[in-house]
Design a binder for this molecule. Structure first.
Ligand code: DOR
Ligand code: ZN
Length: 349
């Protein structure tokens, strides 16, 4: 039996949701990850200090007793974001970073940014504060083919942005293309890479009929892009780090409206490890999962470790969402129904 022990990882891009769903899913992250950057695209998005404090409180209350998990909170940028609110929130350690969603580019992004230029004053301040800007990098133009939206965003929006603000600390989130891989390296950005974009290409969404289980945004792309992402993640390069983009949607909603998002937090570590093993790069996993992120964000690395063992690990088809004794719904985890070959044994002190 093979074993792998690495420093406790962090999840640099996570959707925790609210209410009952939050209460049911948080343990999948809090048990194995030291910290996570929590996305602000709740139904009523986190656009102010007040909302952020209240959201963080509900997250803390949902955590298992004695948990040391540290949620790093973000502000959802809109055309109306005020630089004073942002500055105060950052200086008081309420906001760790700011998230830019182009309006309507993804789930709960209708309040997002309509014109990036509207935020130039805000970016000026962020650059001074060294406050990270986390970007959902897709154009929202319906005329642009959905499979091209990341590349067009990089060329038309991101390129001019970094020219104007060369010192702004930017993370291009959940990258999906070879173009993004090159751009991030050439321009000193950071990038998160999800487990699902390392495993599936765009065929998955059409396998056995239209399959919303694999629908997420940005959508998975052609195989050559998946190969480039696997190379980047397993390269050990400091600019690439773990961000699951775990995004739970109740099954009834996913089946009904085909919401974008893949719930991978119950299997994220095992899913990544499978990729690193297949790429003969298990020795690079700790950099991607536990070292590159803290280095980019100037945070200490976690002290504890986690131990993985290679053994059969059957992933449940569905995870129940429970209130009291009542099952309110189910969420399909990534790899649901599959058998993986690694399992996290636990925390090593
Ligand atoms: O697939 C996605 N789901 N991509 C996002 O950007 C948002 C997320 C969600 O919140 O469901
Ligand atoms: Zn996300």
């Amino acid at each position: 039996m093979k074993e792998l022990t690495i420093l406790k990882p962090d999840d640099w891009h996570l959707h925790l949701r609210e209410g009952i769903v939050l209460k049911n899913i948080i343990r999948f992250t809090s048990e194995l990850f030291g910290r996570a950057i929590v996305m602000p695209n709740t139904k009523n998005p986190i656009t102010s200090i007040k909302k952020c404090i209240s959201y963080k409180k509900s997250i803390s209350e949902a955590l298992p007793e004695n948990s040391t998990f540290d949620p790093l909170m973000t502000i959802y940028l809109t055309d109306e974001t005020k630089k004073d609110e942002l500055t105060e929130g950052f200086n008081k350690n309420v906001f760790f970073a700011a998230k830019l969603y182009p309006a309507n580019a993804t789930t709960n992004s209708s309040f997002g940014v309509k014109k990036i230029e509207n935020l130039y004053e805000v970016f000026e301040v962020m650059q001074e504060l060294e406050m990270p800007l986390l970007i959902h990098g897709e154009v929202n133009d319906p005329e642009v083919d959905i499979f091209d939206r990341e590349e067009v965003f990089i060329d038309k929006e991101l390129s001019p942005l970094i020219k104007k603000f060369p010192k702004l600390k930017i993370v291009l989130e959940h990258i999906t293309t070879a173009h993004a891989v090159d751009f991030v390296q050439d321009n000193n950005l950071g990038a998160t890479i999800t487990p699902h974009h390392l495993h599936i290409n765009r065929n998955a969404m059409f396998f056995g009929g239209l399959n919303s289980d694999f629908y997420c945004l940005p959508v998975p792309k052609r195989e050559k892009n998946r190969i480039a992402l696997r190379k980047a993640a397993t390269s050990g390069k400091e600019c690439f780090f773990l961000g699951t983009d775990s995004a739970p949607h109740l099954r009834q909603w996913k089946a009904f409206c085909g919401c974008a998002g893949i719930f991978n937090s119950p299997v994220a570590i095992e899913s990544y490890v499978k990729v690193f093993e297949e790429e003969n790069a298990l020795d690079q996993f700790e950099k991607f999962a536990s070292l590159n992120g803290p280095k980019f964000y100037h945070l200490p690395i976690n002290k504890e470790k986690i131990k993985l063992v290679s053994m059969s690990n059957q992933i449940p088809e569905f995870i129940d969402v429970i209130e009291g004794k009542k099952v309110l719904g189910q969420i399909k985890p990534f790899h649901g129904g599959e058998t993986l070959s690694w399992r996290v044994e636990g925390i090593v002190k």
